[in-house]
Write a protein that binds this ligand. Structure first.
Ligand code: FES
Ligand code: FES
Length: 162
């Protein structure tokens, strides 16, 4: 007998229904719905690749049950901007070479967005701390920090904390 139950998830401004058992993670549900911009890494909260915003806060979707996210506002990397209108973080990561293999990038940008919503002018220590749960095997972090700082400046100057 299947224990699947339908849950409506608000993802990037649209309602989508996943039919999943109560133990299914939000990461599995999102990827099952086609949101493969949410990356699957360690599945135990160590790598941050699966990060999404829930009500504006970065969370590891591998540690969140899909059913517990019902009624909350879920934002993935693709919900931040469009190819025609990139979010400043997406643009700066691209322009400043802050992504190499790119596997960490969605989680890195989500964690950065969560930080900048709370703290538009983070110090280097605050930035390092905010991204400490998002290891990157490629870039050496210098480009990533440059990209976040560049985007933060654009966001401050635009007066739009988003
Ligand atoms: S896949 Fe979720 S923290 Fe690694
Ligand atoms: S760009 Fe490859 S892991 Fe970060």
């Amino acid at each position: 007998m299947s224990s699947d139950k339908a849950v409506t998830l608000r993802i990037n401004g649209h309602d989508e229904t996943a039919t999943v058992p109560s133990h299914r993670t939000l990461l599995e549900a999102l990827r099952g719905l086609g949101h493969v911009d949410v990356k699957c890494g360690c599945e135990k909260g160590d790598c941050g690749a699966c990060a999404v915003l829930i009500d504006g806060e970065a969370v590891d979707s591998c540690l969140t049950l899909a059913h517990s996210a019902a009624g909350r506002e879920i934002t993935t990397l693709q919900g931040l901007g469009t190819p025609e209108n990139l979010h400043p973080l997406q643009l700066s990561f691209s322009e400043l070479g802050a992504a190499q293999c790119g596997y960490c990038t969605p989680g890195m940008i989500i964690a950065s967005e969560s930080l900048l919503r709370k703290n538009p002018s983070p110090s280097e220590d605050e930035l390092r701390h905010a991204l400490s749960g998002n290891p990157c095997r490629c870039t050496g972090y210098v480009k990533i920090f440059e990209a976040v700082n560049a985007a933060a400046e654009v966001m401050r100057n635009s007066g739009d904390p988003k």
